[in-house]
Design a protein. Structure first.
Length: 321
């Protein structure tokens, strides 16, 4: 199937066999009010161990607008979304979880926000139906992420989002970066909006989120900071760390030099001497790494520019012919 549709609904799935048929009906109901709006429902099986894949295949065989993709193993939600985006045929995409906690009835409101000018709109679970053990860490996570990324949102963890397809195809999706799609989109100039949406309690299956997800999310937050703030100027990141390390190492060595000159205390056996030397060496390495990264970035940019110029020249020659 290669024909385009108006909206692609993307649903990554991990062990949700009991919810898929219900979700398909609820999505159909959400789009029933506007029959002129064509859509597809794209399930991605992210290494399920239950009958999720069999249920997806049955739904895809029964309905023309439903498609199913199966990953070879569990790669994570970001990888599942990336696979879905690559196969999506819609000019706009809606993402939601497959556990029925995201309400498909909210989809028309999200699409209306896109029609109003937003490039990406994310749902905010204003009355979240999760236990305190999930809500409290999530609140802290959202606050910290907003301060670091510069985009303040009430709910970075919401799986219910709608966006123009170019937004998803223009941001990296791996690791746990699906959480930071709004921040990455905001960084490159897309307009990001947030709407309060209905959130439902989980009635089937078990939650896939645990403490380790927040740990991985924190690590990926550092990746986001690197991409958004230093992606085009790596020497500022590595050079800044190198200068800080070098300054501390220099002060340590200066202090030890003063002891050696003005006192009789030995410094050769002090661990502080080793620390000072290691910090200075680290400084040289970090600054050198930053300069090498700048050279690589510069060469890559020049190659891309040269390719564009050759392509433009070729197009002009074809027009002249």
């Amino acid at each position: 199937m290669t024909e385009s549709v108006d909206v692609s609904v993307l649903v990554p799935v991990k062990d949700e066999e009991a919810t898929l048929a219900i979700l398909a009906k609820q999505v159909a109901t959400a789009f029933a009010d506007d029959p002129r709006l064509s859509y597809e429902l794209l399930f991605v099986d992210d290494g399920s161990t239950d009958r999720s894949w069999a249920v997806m295949r049955e739904l895809a065989d029964e309905y023309d607008h439903i498609r199913a993709i199966r990953l070879r193993r569990n790669f994570g939600k970001a990888a599942a979304l990336a696979a879905a985006v690559a196969e999506a045929r819609g000019a706009r995409v809606v993402t939601m979880d497959g556990d029925l906690q995201d309400d498909p009835a909210e989809v028309p409101r999200l699409l209306a926000e896109l029609d109003a000018g937003a490039d990406l709109v994310t749902g905010h679970k204003a009355d979240r139906k999760d236990p305190l053990s999930k809500r409290l860490p999530s609140k802290v996570f959202n606050k910290v992420t907003g301060l670091i990324t510069g985009l303040s949102l009430n709910d970075y963890n919401s799986g219910l989002k709608a966006a123009r397809i170019e937004v998803y195809r223009g941001v990296p999706l791996y690791g746990e970066l699906h959480r930071y799609i709004p921040a990455l989109a905001h960084h490159v100039g897309y307009r990001v909006a947030e709407l309060p949406v209905n959130h439902r309690p989980r009635e089937h299956g078990t939650s896939k989120y645990g403490f380790e997800r927040y740990v991985r999310g924190a690590i990926d937050l550092m990746t986001v900071v690197t991409i958004t703030k230093y992606g085009r100027r790596p020497a500022h990141l590595f050079g800044g760390l190198g200068l800080l390390s070098g300054a501390i190492g220099f002060l340590i060595l200066l202090y030890l030099t003063g002891l050696w000159v003005f006192t009789t205390d030995p410094i050769g056996t002090r661990p502080l001497l080793n620390l000072g030397i290691l910090l200075v060496i680290l400084s040289v390495q970090m600054i050198s790494l930053g300069l090498i990264a700048e050279i690589v970035l510069h060469r890559t940019a020049n190659r891309a520019e040269a390719t564009d110029l050759v392509a433009e020249s070729t197009d002009r020659e074809r027009e002249q012919r």
